[in-house]
Design a protein around this ligand. Structure first.
Ligand code: IMP
Length: 420
């Protein structure tokens, strides 16, 4: 049995993973990000102080927890430095607590520029406009500037020149935009890297040492299963593999794959950006969920699309991630609904189809309606004491996903959690 845990989102991101990671972080010796970039984001309150983190794991607030950014993460040095400054200004010492893989591909301001220009065309998919797609493209196309490239100025210069030439061609011919200056990119990169250089190292070796000494590691997934570049609602996806199975590659530590997987799902569904969403609500119920659940993006501030819980999608995610257990967040958002719907199937031309049909833009959801519990769940501490309707809701999820719900979040505060 592994004493480590992989935590992943099972929907289209924004499942409330931040609070759950924060809750678990203190129980682990290390927390490691393994994919995505600063398109992720969560807000954490430490006492009255507010922190917004996009790259650095929230374990950074605990003295005994080391934080790692594995090579599967696409790294913006600007975003990283902003977070480091934010933490240092509030007296949090990162020395010896943060290590970033030297093999990370870097996300440069030019990636964000291209992302934004593309998003301003009719082919927009509603990205976070942070440059994630172009930066992952470069990684796969073998054009990326890797963090270790900053250790050799000659090599760096030739790589930067090639990259800037590549993008200038696109900027000028496709977007009619001004070219970028090679020297400025190079200078900027060197300066930012200098400030962060001490945090780079070998993440694989560190994770191995923690593991071999009996330490526990929490692998923190970003985005969600349905945004996975291979298994999500392509092309309306992010550009990384968000599934738990990508942890070995992304963390660089092979034994990470033996950790149990905890999936996080909201008690309803949300999505930001474009793409199919079978249970999306366009009526008052959708607005009510958005209002009560404060459904606005932590990274972009965009309003999220809202809908009922989709068990067809959740079953798909549970299987793909080989979930050991589930955490249901924001159950309390449904407190005041007289009736609650749960999607139990998709219909297409009179036939029932699965998530794998990939014709999600055409399917009609088949709903099971249950009675709401019509009371605040906030004061409950034990699963047994929950109203029968809330337990019925949870049991429906367990039955369909064949996964135990081991944790329920019943309020916005850190301690609003019911363990089973
Ligand atoms: P990108 O990752 O910025 O390229 O955006 C691609 C798609 O993933 C868009 O629909 C984004 O809204 C979505 N996305 C990316 N990161 C997150 C996240 O952390 N939460 C929710 N959606 C995300």
């Amino acid at each position: 049995m592994s004493n480590s845990l992989i935590l992943v989102g099972t929907q289209w991101g924004d499942e409330g993973k931040g609070k759950i990671v924060d809750y678990f972080s203190k129980q682990f010796n290390a927390v490691c990000r393994f994919q995505g970039g600063h398109n992720a984001g969560h807000t954490i309150y430490k006492g009255d102080e507010k922190f917004v983190l996009h790259l650095i794991p929230s374990g950074i607030f605990y003295d005994h927890t080391s934080c790692f950014i594995g090579q599967g993460v696409i790294l913006s040095l600007d975003s990283l430095l902003e977070e480091i400054n934010q933490l240092e200004e509030k007296g949090i010492d990162l020395n010896g607590k943060l290590k970033i893989s030297r093999y990370c591909s870097l996300l440069l301001p030019l990636h964000a520029k291209i992302d934004q220009l593309r998003e301003d065309t009719k082919n927009s998919i509603g990205t976070t406009r942070r440059g994630i797609g172009p930066a992952y493209e470069d990684k796969t196309a073998r054009r990326s500037i890797k963090a270790f490239d900053l250790e050799d100025s000659d090599l760096l210069e030739s790589k930067v020149n090639a990259l800037v030439d590549y993008y200038n061609y696109q900027l000028e011919t496709i977007h009619g935009s001004d070219p970028i200056d090679n020297l400025e990119v190079l200078q900027d990169l060197k300066e930012t890297y200098q400030k962060a250089a001490k945090y780079f190292g070998d993440v694989t070796d560190s994770l191995e040492a923690i593991h071999d000494n009996g330490g526990s590691i929490l692998y923190e997934g970003a985005q969600g299963t349905l945004l996975d570049v291979d298994y999500g609602t392509y092309p309306y996806v992010t550009s990384s593999n968000t599934l738990a199975t990508s942890v070995g590659i992304g963390s660089g530590f092979p034994k990470s794959i033996y950790a149990d997987v905890l999936g996080v799902a909201k008690a309803y569904t949300t999505r930001v950006g474009a793409g199919p969403f079978p249970t999306e609500l366009f009526c008052e119920n959708g607005k009510k969920i958005a209002e009560i659940g404060h459904e606005f993006g932590a990274t972009t501030g965009r309003p999220r699309r809202c809908g009922w819980l989709d068990l067809v999608a959740l079953e798909y995610s549970a299987k793909l991630n080989n979930l050991a257990s589930l955490c249901i967040t924001k159950l309390d958002v449904l407190d005041s609904f007289e009736k609650i719907k749960v999607c139990i199937g998709y219909e297409l031309d009179g036939q029932e189809v699965s998530f794998k049909s990939r014709l999600l833009h055409k399917v009609k959801p088949i709903y099971k309606e249950i009675e709401g519990w019509n009371q605040s769940l906030n004061s409950f501490n034990a699963y047994e004491d929950l109203p029968a309707q809330a337990k019925q809701f949870i049991e429906l999820i367990e039955e369909r996903t064949k996964t135990k719900v081991s944790l329920i979040s019943n309020g916005p505060n850190r301690n609003d959690l019911i363990l089973r």
